[in-house]
Design a protein around this ligand. Structure first.
Ligand code: SF4
Length: 375
């Protein structure tokens, strides 16, 4: 199947138990009634974008906290996806789970509803770090949630971990990372904490007490080593997998493949345009069709494709872009000599050392920006 002729569906579930102190994703408090109205609006929009002309091979329930939906609500959404789309026989259907919102029975019912991949927001297994982040769960609760997910019958399980927190030490990071690796999971997403505007962290000036670049770089390198020695290979700057269990849905983003986003603040890249949904739950549940605004009239340019491809360990095949090939081949030799970039079979990729300074490298290789300081 030509993957260019496939589709992904992202459903943004904008409800949370409590707002985490670092988070700038759109989410609101929830009630049973609001969830019901939200699900109705999701189904209306699934019908609106209906597309049976190509295979839908990934569905991703992200948030927010999608595990606040009941298994029946997930089943209703999945059955409408089957009704209005040509859902693959072997789709990847991911549900993001907050450890505080699930129990063994609910998890078994999510599996029956069609979910076959669970992504758990663990973030850390050190109690004071979780408290600092404003997470509602404890380390014990997170571990139990992962084991419950596994016992419910899921084999494709991912955990998120966050690094470079204030006061984090190499020992604390090692503790969380090694313990996560020992869980029955196949995928890890590891993010460096960034303090975004409009978050409590920003108002509290947490950005001033983050570890400096050198410490962050050494944490990142340690973490890559721990994951790799536990069998998780790095397939993207922040993502690691075992047994080929890459996130098929997230790979759509890095490969510039089409996806429809449904729900307040969801983004889409569809038929040559990027657009986003107004981040307003009331507007979403009241509008016959979600209100969107264009964010990019001309996505999927060479620069954008190259930038996204270089995030992936598999890299950028220059044979696919003959008009840019000579220019890139001229620029990369110094970075190859320094161990930041590799060139194999006309494919350029960043090394783990290169991933550490990916923004700078991509600017130099793709955008001709030579004014940046090379670290
Ligand atoms: S990090 Fe997740 S659980 Fe926390 S507020 Fe943001 S979306 Fe909600």
């Amino acid at each position: 199947m030509d993957e260019k002729n496939t589709l992904g569906i992202y459903i943004h579930v904008p409800f949370c138990l409590r707002k985490c102190r670092y988070c700038d994703f759109y989410s609101v408090g929830y009630s049973k009634k609001l969830l019901e109205l939200y699900v109705r609006a999701v189904v209306r929009n699934l019908k609106h974008y209906s597309d049976k002309s190509r295979v839908t091979d990934t569905v991703y329930f992200g948030g927010g906290t999608p595990s606040l939906l009941t298994p029946l609500q997930i089943a209703e959404i999945v059955s409408n996806i089957k009704k209005y789309y040509n859902l693959s026989d072997i789709p990847e259907i991911t549900l993001e789970v907050n450890p505080d919102t699930v129990n063994p029975q609910k998890l078994e019912n999510f599996l029956k509803a069609g979910v076959n991949r669970i992504s758990i927001g663990v973030q850390s297994l050190v109690a004071e770090e979780l408290e600092f982040l404003g997470r509602t769960h404890s380390p014990e609760k997170a571990v139990k949630a992962v084991l419950d997910v596994y016992s419910a019958g899921f084999v494709n399980i991912s955990c998120d971990i966050m690094i470079a927190l204030p006061n984090q030490t190499a020992e604390k990071l090692r503790y969380s990372a090694e313990k996560i690796c020992r869980l029955p999971i196949r995928h890890i997403s590891a993010y460096i904490l960034k303090v975004e505007e409009n978050t409590p962290f920003f108002s509290e000036n947490i950005q001033d007490i983050l570890p400096d670049d050198d410490v962050t770089a050494s944490f990142y390198t340690d973490m890559v080593d721990i994951f790799s020695s536990n069998g998780f290979s790095q397939y993207e700057i922040s993502n690691f997998s075992k047994n080929g269990s890459e996130s098929r849905h997230n790979c759509r983003y890095w490969k510039c493949l089409d996806y429809i986003g449904i729900g307040p603040s969801a983004h889409s890249c569809l038929n040559g345009k990027r657009f986003a949904v107004k981040p307003d739950i009331q507007d979403f549940i009241e509008s016959p069709v979600q209100n969107t605004f264009i964010t990019d009239e001309n996505p999927c340019t060479f620069e954008e494709i190259a930038m996204l491809r270089l995030r992936l360990a598999e890299g950028l095949c220059l044979d696919d872009f003959p008009e840019h090939k000579d220019d890139i081949l001229k620029k990369i030799p110094p970075y190859i000599r320094e161990g930041f970039v590799e060139l194999k079979n006309n494919t350029v990729s960043l090394t783990p050392k290169g991933f550490l300074v990916s923004n700078e490298l991509i600017s130099r290789i793709i955008f001709n920006n030579l004014n940046l300081i090379f670290i």
